[in-house]
Design a protein around this ligand. Structure first.
Ligand code: OAD
Length: 243
């Protein structure tokens, strides 16, 4: 890894337009469980029981108990140096930087990132199935399931579940950033969930220099320009440090 890092840092420093695509691995060092691999959420839970619209209509209380557990766990987590490095990149590049995250934990904002495209939604938002209103909700003592204070309808977590479409406006912005960036960082994602995974390839095909940062090789490692293996919290600060 060490041999490739200086070139990657140089290419990143030269780029005026940078996009970053993050997955659960960037928050792992903050204590947030990832989804796949040893200790991942999908090792002990079946997505079809907890993260689909069908699961929610079958048993909203069960689904909410799982989301309450995750919200409670994450409420004790702090951003790590990788989140902070991305916030620093945004300060440096301004609108030339686009942060696209699959994470629903809210740690990018806590690290100081201002514009975050949360393409899989947020654990800290709820949406009413009755009136459709979406709002921020940070209280941890909600009932399972919570009801809408406006219309009494059932509230659902403001996340994207399997089988659901991503928000079209967010996806369009993410796609445009991938298509127009000169460098893209792909951090801590197993690169198997679409359409997020395809953004790195969109960037690559449009001519960007694509830098993957991951503990292990992914299905995309062979297609990116450089794959830096290691902890995001170690590598990101080195990549972003001024040369
Ligand atoms: P995964 O859990 O699939 O993958 C996490 C990736 O992070 C793996 O490739 C790990 O090798 C890597 N990793 C773990 N710790 C790391 C560290 N400290 N530094 C660098 N890399 C590390 O998570 P995602 O790719 O984000 O979707 O999963 C994508 C989507 O699948 C999630 O957004 C979620 C899930 O089902 C929905 O819920 C819709």
């Amino acid at each position: 890894m060490a041999a490739e890092l200086p070139l990657a840092r140089q290419r990143l420093a030269q780029a005026g337009r940078v996009a970053a695509l993050c997955g659960a691995g960037i928050s792992a060092e903050s204590g947030v469980p990832t989804f796949r691999g040893r200790g991942g959420l999908w090792e002990n839970h079946r997505p079809e029981d907890l993260a689909t619209p069908e699961a929610f209509s079958r048993d909203p209380a069960l689904v909410w108990r799982w989301y309450h557990w995750r919200r409670e766990l994450i409420s004790h987590c702090q951003p790590n140096p990788a989140h902070l490095a991305l916030a620093e990149l945004e300060r440096r590049l301004g609108r030339g930087f686009t942060l696209i995250t699959q994470n629903v934990d809210g740690l990018h904002a806590l690290a100081g990132s201002r514009e975050v495209l949360e393409i899989h939604g947020s654990l800290w938002r709820v949406r009413c199935l009755g009136c459709g209103r979406e709002r921020e909700e940070r209280r941890l003592d909600l009932p399972a399931p919570p009801l809408c204070p406006d219309c009494g309808g059932l509230l659902r977590p403001g996340v994207v579940w399997f089988g659901e479409s991503l928000d079209g406006v967010l996806l369009e912005r993410a796609w445009r950033a991938a298509h127009t960036c000169e460098a893209m960082l792909v951090i801590g994602t197993s690169a198997v969930v679409q359409p997020a995974a395809s953004l790195a390839l969109v960037a690559k095909q449009a001519g960007a220099y694509v830098i993957e940062v991951n503990l292990a090789a992914t299905p995309q490692s062979g297609q990116v320009d450089v794959s830096l293996l290691g902890l995001a919290g170690d590598i990101l600060p080195q990549l972003v440090a001024p040369s």
